[in-house]
Design a protein around this ligand. Structure first.
Ligand SMILES: Nc1ncnc2c1ncn2[C@@H]1O[C@H](COP(=O)(O)OP(=O)(O)O)[C@@H](O)[C@H]1O
Ligand SMILES: [Mg+2]
Length: 442
C-alpha cells in the first residue's frame, strides 16, 4: 500500500560531529573504544536518541552473536513510540532483518544480518513488570533512552545484568535538578566509571532549521529553558513563577473587561477542591487568543472557621455562571479527586463538567505551561477584589528545598490552591484547543 511506503522513508541529514562520535566511539579505530559506555545529555531535540539508538544496534550486531541486549525507555510504550518505530525502519533499510521473538516475550525482537543474530529486549523503567523481567536475563549491553525519567533501582538492576565480556552501557537524557541520582551517581562519576560523556545542544542536530530551533526556544522559560534548551542540570529554587510581575500581569483596563464580557465566547470555570482547606473557583475567558482570569471565588475553611457543604459550593459556582449570562460556560474543570463535588454538580444539573485527571508528576508539566503563558503575554488577571488571593499566592508559591535535596522538583505544599486551579485550566484548554506541540520524549 502506498501510505505504508511513504511512512517507511526516514531521511537522514548529515550527522553532526557529536552524533558521529556517538556513532563511532566503539569502532576498532577509535581511541576510546575500550570505555565502558557512553552518556549523552543536554537539550531536547538535539539528536541524542537518533544517533545513540542506531549506534547501539550497529555495535551490538558488529561485536556479538547470540547475545541479549536491553533497550529501555520510561515505559515500553514510550520507547516503542519514540524509538523503536523508526529504528526498526532504519535498520531494515540498512539490510538487517527484524523479527518478533514471541516465544520469548511480547517485547523481544531478533535482529539478524549475514547469519548473525542477537536478541533485543524492550523494557520500561517505570513499568513494574520490567523490574522483575530484567532480573532474569544476562545481557551484553544496556541502552537507556531518557534515563533521568527512570527509577534508579531499575537502572541498577539492568546494568547489573550486563555480565557478558565486552558489554557496555549507553545512556541519554535531558537534565533535571543537580541532585538527581543520575547526575550524582553517573555523570559526576563518568571518569571514575570510565564512561564517555557528551553534552548536546540543538546545534548538534543538523536536521533542525533555525526557525524550528527558535520555536523550541520560545516554548520554555526559566528553569525549563535552562534545562531543556541550554541542557543544564540546574536547581529549581525560590519563587516558581519568577516571571510573574504584578504591574504587568494584573490589569485594570475596565474598557477591555466590559468588551470581554460583551463579546467573549470562550468562557471556562476551573476549580481546586482542597479537603478541609481551600476551595477555589476561577472564571476565565479566552479572548483574541489571550487568557484572562476575570473573577474568582476563594474559600479558606480554616481562616473562615467554617467548612462549606458541596451544596453551598454549588451555589458559589452558580453565581459565577450567572455573572456572564447570557453567555455560556464551555467547561467547568474539576479535579478528579473532588468526587463529592462532581456528584453534587451532576445532581444539580450544573454542566458541562470536565473532569481533570491529575496524573502523577503532572504538576511540573502544569507549571511549565503556566510559566509559558505568563512569560509570553498570553495570560492576565483582572484587578478584581475576588482575584486578590490568587494574585497573592504568586509570591509564596515556591519550590520545596527538601525535595531538591532528593533530586526531585516539587512545589512546597502551601498556598498552592489557586495555582493548581489555574494550572488545571491552562492544561485543559491546551488540550481542548490543541495548543503547544510536545517534543517527543517529554
Ligand atoms: N542526522 C539526522 N537526520 C535526520 N533527522 C535527524 C537527525 N538527527 C536528529 N534528527 C531528528 O531530529 C529530531 C530530534 O532528534 P532526537 O534524536 O529525537 O533528539 P533528542 O533525543 O536529543 O531529543 C528527531 O525528529 C530526529 O528524527
Ligand atoms: Mg531523545
Amino acid at each position: 500500500m502506498r501510505v505504508k511506503k511513504i511512512k517507511a522513508i526516514f531521511q537522514f541529514k548529515p550527522f553532526s560531529p557529536k552524533q558521529k562520535k556517538v556513532l563511532t566511539w566503539w569502532c576498532d579505530n577509535s581511541p576510546v573504544k575500550d570505555k565502558e559506555g557512553i552518556i549523552a545529555d543536554g537539550a531536547i531535540r538535539s539528536g541524542k536518541t537518533v544517533s545513540m539508538a542506531l549506534s547501539y544496534v550497529m555495535w551490538a550486531m558488529e561485536k556479538f552473536i547470540g547475545q541479549n541486549f536491553i533497550m529501555a525507555g520510561k515505559t515500553v510504550g514510550s520507547f516503542k513510540r519514540n524509538v523503536w518505530i523508526w529504528l526498526k525502519l532504519v535498520i531494515i533499510a540498512r539490510g538487517y532483518r527484524v523479527k518478533k521473538a514471541t516465544e520469548i516475550g511480547e517485547n523481544v525482537f531478533i535482529i539478524s544480518r549475514k547469519g548473525k543474530s542477537n536478541y533485543f529486549f524492550i523494557f520500561g523503567g517505570k513499568d513494574e513488570a520490567s523490574q522483575d523481567l530484567v532480573q532474569g536475563i544476562t545481557a551484553a549491553g544496556a541502552f537507556f533512552d531518557e534515563v533521568a525519567l527512570m527509577p534508579e533501582s531499575f537502572v541498577n538492576q539492568a546494568t547489573g545484568r550486563c555480565s557478558v565480556e565486552g558489554s557496555k552501557f549507553w545512556f541519554n537524557c535531558n537534565p533535571e535538578g543537580p541532585m538527581h541520582w543520575f547526575k550524582v551517581n553517573w555523570i559526576d562519576k563518568a571518569k571514575e566509571k570510565n564512561l564517555i560523556y557528551l553534552h548536546f545542544t540543538m546545534d548538534d542536530n543538523w536536521s533542525l532549521s533555525e526557525k524550528i530551533k527558535a520555536r523550541y526556544r520560545s516554548m520554555y522559560v526559566g528553569i525549563f529553558f535552562k534545562r531543556f534548551i541550554l541542557g543544564l542540570w540546574v536547581l529549581a529554587e525560590g519563587v516558581i513563577y519568577d516571571m510573574f510581575d504584578r504591574d504587568k500581569h494584573v490589569i485594570k483596563d475596565e474598557k477591555l473587561k466590559s468588551e470581554i464580557l460583551t463579546n467573549g465566547r470562550l468562557w471556562y470555570i476551573s476549580n481546586d477542591y482542597g479537603t478541609g482547606t481551600v476551595f477555589t473557583l476561577g472564571l476565565f475567558c479566552i479572548y483574541k487568543d489571550i487568557r484572562y482570569l476575570v473573577r474568582s471565588f476563594y474559600w479558606d475553611a480554616k481562616a473562615q472557621m467554617k467548612q462549606k457543604t458541596d451544596g453551598e459550593y454549588c451555589q458559589d459556582l452558580k453565581k459565577l455562571i450567572d455573572y456572564i449570562k447570557p453567555r455560556q460556560v464551555q467547561a467547568i474543570i474539576i479535579p478528579d479527586d473532588a468526587l463529592s463535588f462532581i456528584a453534587e454538580c451532576n445532581k444539580q444539573n450544573i454542566r458541562p463538567v470536565r473532569i481533570y485527571k491529575r496524573l502523577p508528576g503532572s504538576v511540573i508539566k502544569r507549571i511549565r505551561i503556566q510559566a509559558n503563558v505568563l512569560s509570553s503575554g498570553k495570560y492576565f488577571i483582572f484587578n478584581d477584589a475576588s482575584n486578590e488571593p490568587i494574585i497573592d499566592e504568586y509570591s509564596s508559591y515556591v519550590w520545596d528545598p527538601k525535595a531538591q535535596e532528593r533530586g526531585e522538583d516539587t512545589p512546597l505544599k502551601q498556598n498552592d490552591h489557586g495555582k493548581d486551579m489555574e494550572g488545571y485550566f491552562h492544561d485543559s484548554v491546551n488540550r481542548i484547543l490543541k495548543v503547544g506541540s510536545k517534543p517527543s520524549g517529554m
